[in-house]
Design a binder for this molecule. Sequence first.
Ligand code: ATP
Length: 442
Amino acid sequence: MPSWQQITYSDQINADLTGSVVTIGGWVQETRNLGGISFIQLRDRKGIIQVTVLKKKDPALFKDITAIQRESVIVVKGVVKESKEAKKGFEVLPDEFEILNAAESPLPLGVIDKVGADLDTRLNNRFMDLRKESVRAIFRVRAVTLEGIREYLSDEGFLEVSTPKIVAAGAEGGATLFPIKYFDKSAYLAQSPQLYKQNLMASGVDRVFEIAPAYRAEASDTVRHIAEFTSLDVELAFIESSDDVMNVAEGIVHASLKHILKKAGEELELLGVDLPVPEPPYPRVTYEEAIDMLHSNDMSIEHGDDLGTEGEKLLGDIMLRERESELYFITQFPTSLKRGTFYAKRDDRNPELTGYFDLDYRGQEIVSGGQREHRYDVLVSQMRENDMNLQSFEFYLKAFRFGMPPHGGFGFGIERYVQKMLNLSNIREAVLYPRDRARLIP
Ligand code: ATP
């Protein structure tokens, strides 16, 4: 068995290698046996290479190689030859081959079948689903997205940090907490790094970000909620208002979209995605204006109501039609809507309003954040208003008594972002192994 260093990828086979002996390895995608000649399409991570076997050259090898089950893993050593019929213009004529792992039959999921399997079957057999180039492309785009985000934030002076995912207190309300047993104590899976990233604002490191899983026991089964998602969390200090926070969110989106166009063009093409990169600043409409816009488009919604999935969707259509924008902020959420529950800074002139914002992309919220309350007394009174047990938040509160600068930040759902940019109908398409009410395996 040759080592991976000796294996030539399908895309490395070119005219220079004609007549040379190469070793190729991968999955047997298809075998077409015409009696005296057989064609095997061997797939590796880079594409397909044809293996052409002549019966009269070696009848024993012909018999064995044509009997291999589809999707088995083999390595083949043979000579490269140019071929007009082969899709890539080259074929390999084998001298020897080895089956590294034979696939059972029938397959749990077709790899090249024209009829698409349902999402559940695909997710139950994710390793097989990922053998499709178009499925792998989603995860390459996701990786390039994160690369672009990291590059931008690091250039802007943000420090990447990691905070605990096993925590004693939740930040986003009890309903979506996952309780766990922690030795002889009870604990929770972190819903967000909120309390920690704020804590770090008192540390002298005044710009941080984290990319990590966040856990929410979401009661409803929707195409945009999962129980474990990847949250990009950003926090920065010495801000004047939520506008400073929005500028960062906007910068991340713009830089990462540009990065994706530059680095994942092939994947976008494969997925049939045309990805516009809107130039900032992105339009900003207040919550009140958004409600009025929905009203005048015949939606029955009251001032003070949550926009909900339908409202967000309709607003997306309106913003595209009237402002030609797929990305826009909704600002100044009312305090009653509990954006940023207890930690949001309220408007000094009108405490009914916060500076909290959402950033929506094609009619769906992808980011939520704003300026936080950094004044200890005000924070405590907001926590009391929310009936919170101050003692269990002492570690958080303490940092506000010893020099806490004004600060703000946001949570940015990576899978929702990928979902929207690639027009995926379900967020689960952008997660390798999604977790939801029904799904714990694989
Ligand atoms: P929603 O109102 O859509 O349920 P939220 O207001 O609970 O979201 P936040 O707590 O503000 O969400 O979280 C910030 C971001 O994290 C959201 O804008 C979204 O992109 C992402 N997010 C939150 N919950 C989930 C989830 N269950 N699955 C996937 N992404 C999520």
